[in-house]
Design a protein around this ligand. Sequence first.
Ligand code: MG
Ligand code: ZN
Length: 370
Amino acid sequence: MKRIGIIIIGLFFLFACFGQQDSTTFNDTSDFIESSQKVKNIILMIGDGMGVTQIYAGITVNKSPLNIEKIKNIGFAKTYSASDYITDSGASGTAIATGHKTYNKAIGVDKDTVPVKSILEYAEDHGKATGLVATSYVTHATPASFISHQANRHDYEDIAADFLKTDIEVFIGGGLKHFNQRKDNLDMTEQLKENGYDVIMNRDSIPISNSDKIAGLIYKGHPPKYTKGRDEMLQICSLKAIETLNRNNNGFFLMIEASEIDWGGHDNDTEYIVDELLDFDRVVGKVLDFAEKDGNTLVIITADHETGGMGLNGGDIAKGKINAKYTTSDHSGVMVPVFAFGPGSDNFRGIYENTELFIKMMNAFGFSED
Ligand code: MG
Ligand code: ZN
């Protein structure tokens, strides 16, 4: 009997060991299996020109951890366009929005100028509410890539007209002049009102709107810098967009852009970059709070490209000081980070093309391409 007992105990250990081995193997394998859980909402946050250096500049100056540092699922996207090693925001916005590499200056069209459908348009077709919020013209390259189809990003008035061809629920930013001071003399704010939008032309009215459709054209041109009077505009408008879109039982797609990190990069202006980065990160914090409570929202934070070829040649952690240097006043060709939070966020690990972001968002929503 003793021997049988020892054999049984022996077998038990063997099974325990194999069991252990098995579960270890399974965990390793799971890294390579994309999770297939469908999400209700996607909030895509784009820091224009936000490379790893810009983020670390913000981390250093802030002296305490940024909200973005809470995120565990991190990847990198390759940003080159169909025409250039160094992309512009039109080609990279289009890549993220539609899954097509295209030429620099393109908006929502492929390399042969054929219109290609965006994740926002797919979301509309599937009964989701959609929105765009930016600290630039709403007609500027990044937001435009999600809603417009134009051969040239500088055809702002044509891009404005494209906003009237969709069922987008909320768009907030600058660029009022492209809607109401046009060469064709049309006042598109009147058409927006006819289409049921609460057309808001000053930022103080954004928080008090109860409309399900908001056209927030709150600056004639671009919004100013954070430190020159824009203040918490991005946060206020992003939270209003989330509140409004979240009334839809089918869920929503929202793109939020911190447009001016890029402009600080073009100016090689370190303070401008850091102020805009920290403003963006505070909005990231609010968005993560919403997503955490909601539990059915995927948040993706990335950039369309890096700007400035920014490097940190020195700094002081304790004093929150950096010594930044730049290799260009244009964009650079480096990969950009992708941070993902919420259900399905593990699918965003690794190194991939920026066009994969479109595919990953389509998969997260459970959509298939037309
Ligand atoms: Mg932009
Ligand atoms: Zn730029």
